[in-house]
Design a protein around this ligand. Sequence first.
Ligand code: ATP
Ligand code: ATP
Length: 573
Amino acid sequence: MTEPIIEFKDFSFKYNSQAEPTLKNINLKINKGEKILLAGPSGSGKSTIGRCLNGLIPNIDQGEVKGKCLVNGKDITSTSLFDFSFTTSTILQDADSQFIGLTVGEDIAFALENDCQPKDKMHQTVNQWANELKIKELLTQSPQSLSGGQKQIVALAGVLVDESPILLFDEPLANLDPASGLKTMAIIDKIQKELNATVIIIEHRVEEVLSQLIDRIILVNEGTIVADQPTNQLLHSNTLEKIGVREPLYLKALTAADVNLSSIKEVDQISTLPVSEKISDKLAAWTKQAKITKKEVDNLPLLKLDHVGHQYSKNQPYPLKDVSTTINQGDFISIVGQNGAGKTTLCRTICGFISNEGKITLKDQNLSDLSIKERAEKIGYVMQDPNQMISQKMIFDEIALGLRLRNVDEETIKQKVDQTLKICGLYPFRHWPISALSFGQKKRVTIAAILVLEPEIIILDEPTAGQDWKTYTEIMSFLKHLNTMGKTIIIITHDMHLMLEYTSRSLAFAKGKLIADTTPIELLTNQALIKEASLKRTSLYDLAKHYNLPDPNKFVQAYINFEQQNWKDEDYE
Ligand SMILES: Nc1ncnc2c1ncn2[C@@H]1O[C@H](COP(=O)(O)OP(=O)(O)OP(=O)(O)O)[C@@H](O)[C@H]1O
Ligand SMILES: Nc1ncnc2c1ncn2[C@@H]1O[C@H](COP(=O)(O)OP(=O)(O)OP(=O)(O)O)[C@@H](O)[C@H]1O
């Protein structure tokens, strides 16, 4: 019988700063060479389980331990961090906190220095992985100057060079472009097979993780394990949906089209679904009944970009070059494209945080005539992490801050803030401290703090990255509501289904250039653009192809219609 490499026995853990235990009575065995997906809603305790496996608990995050947790045969309460460094390699959720080297190359080599490898061998290993992950040109760059997705890939390289028996990935895909996400999963699969490593992946993007075979899915909810089953068995239950984890889209579509999933043994990969006329007919009939409606857009020009470009330093290639386009009033735009393509750089340029080589006009006013503060009143920028934006303790004060800085009188502030709180569905919480809010609610507060200044445009940088299904839906239905009220919204995203379902126009970027400005569906029907911008078609399209449906795009649209019918028109007033 295989010996478990990880074993939790009646294990509970309470952080010192918490009143209640975060992990409650965990019983879990993971065998050598297994490939596990650990999923569950935000705050359920997934990363806390991960921290037990790499020794951060109890070495750094201290607290009260009950029961036992054995990793590679050693009790975590008597194992030093140094010893853990030979057992577990981790890619942390927050890649930024993981970098130690001055350059990317140094950083990747750090794990090897720990293993006292000779310099030549070290260079060879670093170069081999840099080639494999296509980050060779980044080796001399400082980790801090990388784009979000580039940081994630560099952190991944650091884990892969290490060759530890346990590889722990905490949200490895959160900031990756769709093509890199798939590639990362393939690389994890390859290394797992080569080393017979035990792989544990913590992810909200279940569908992408399942692009490779996964042995078992473990679901965590409120600090306990609520399911621990082989992948197919779990996908046949509706436990994912029940605890608020997003089910793979193609499975939802099959169910919506009345295909009986319980009659299909293996549902974890589209390619192995049985091709039968009965299923094809059901999917085709379901597509046929869908009514496709098109959103009317006025095309009233609002923001004009004319040869916009930026260069961080002279000897670096242009991260953004020659971008020209017009954003219209009421547009809901997605900005998509490969990691490092210049998406964030473009938005920073529009907001005036960095210089611009071209010209940007808002309703014929040249933005370079305005200060950053004045621009912020017209174009609001919502950063990915609300915690980086929030500076006040109370919700009301956070939303009022921008107006106070502009010396608006308190009576007007109260009136404007109350009105914004109502629009954002935050009015009942107005006297709450921000610390008591969920991530999704905090995000709403940061959007409200921007909205109160009545900007013409709101730009959001990956608003749903790393969010669970509930928060994702909460954020997106709120943005949809704002757009319906006439706000122009631009979001940077790597989520292709989000782009299709919510946005009506996509700007695709590759290597600093705007390579397409079209509808999301058109974008995803163009194979050359998909490749150039590192995008991917959604699993709905793949399913339609698998069943040979005559019009895969109409099938995707039918599914979007179906989801939109289920949108609850939340009461924001
Ligand atoms: N260092 C810490 N000190 C005190 N409490 C913590 C600490 N880290 C996490 N917690 C608490 O433990 C709970 C579980 O957090 P954890 O990060 O394990 O959740 P998660 O399932 O990984 O969530 P997410 O998907 O949002 O990353 C949270 O409610 C959090 O407040
Ligand atoms: N402060 C900086 N100094 C030097 N180079 C930078 C800096 N910030 C970004 N870059 C480089 O500019 C390029 C574009 O980065 P940007 O953050 O705009 O990409 P992105 O499209 O938003 O990527 P991602 O999808 O990974 O977030 C990248 O090659 C990055 O390494």
